[in-house]
Design a protein around this ligand. Sequence first.
Ligand code: ADP
Ligand code: MG
Length: 210
Amino acid sequence: MIRTAQLTKSFGERTLWQGVDLTLPSGRMLALVGPSGSGKTTLLNCLGLLEKPSSGDILHGEKSLTHLGAGGRRRFRKAHLGYLFQNYALMENATVRQNLDLARRDRERQAHALERVGLAGRGGEKVHRMSGGEQQRIALARLMVKQPSLVLADEPTGALDEGNGRMVIDTLRQMAHEGCTVVVATHKEDVRDGCDDAFDVHTQCLSVAV
Ligand SMILES: Nc1ncnc2c1ncn2[C@@H]1O[C@H](COP(=O)(O)OP(=O)(O)O)[C@@H](O)[C@H]1O
Ligand SMILES: [Mg+2]
């Protein structure tokens, strides 16, 4: 379980959000919502230890993550985190399989994940020859192969048609069922509705589903 304690982020005079206390239990999906520029991506990046908050703490169990050095942050990301970005963040000149190897070299898991996202038998293909929807599905398969305890997704359906968007959310839901925590930054109503809880980074209002 990850928890934030009085987390605050400012750029110069401008405070994006302050005093954020969020608990991210495993098995749940939290949507980060709010207008463009309100700080959704920045909050995700702080949770992913890619950016430092201005003050406050991020805790994994009892352990503070904000005080880790570069090596500790890298190890935490490798052991626990999975990302899903709008631009997929794949190695485009490599094959599907080589991209999945980055998560874990386990052919059985890889085959299962590719089947789940509708790309069975396509492991030998070069990523750059595949469509945007297919590339997002590869990124999803990579997450499933890694099976991280915390998934951070930034507008993961932003560039997708409705069917592919649905598949992304369904897959994230399945991963939550299997025990991971999912945090999704989104400006889309249907994605928010597909999550359990929603935190508006602008109003700092948390709506919790019962
Ligand atoms: N490194 C930075 N220096 C200064 N301002 C930044 C930096 N990173 C982000 N911002 C600003 O913080 C605000 C929030 O950005 P972002 O987290 O991307 O919002 P969202 O994802 O909700 O659209 C934006 O106004 C952006 O310009
Ligand atoms: Mg953003």
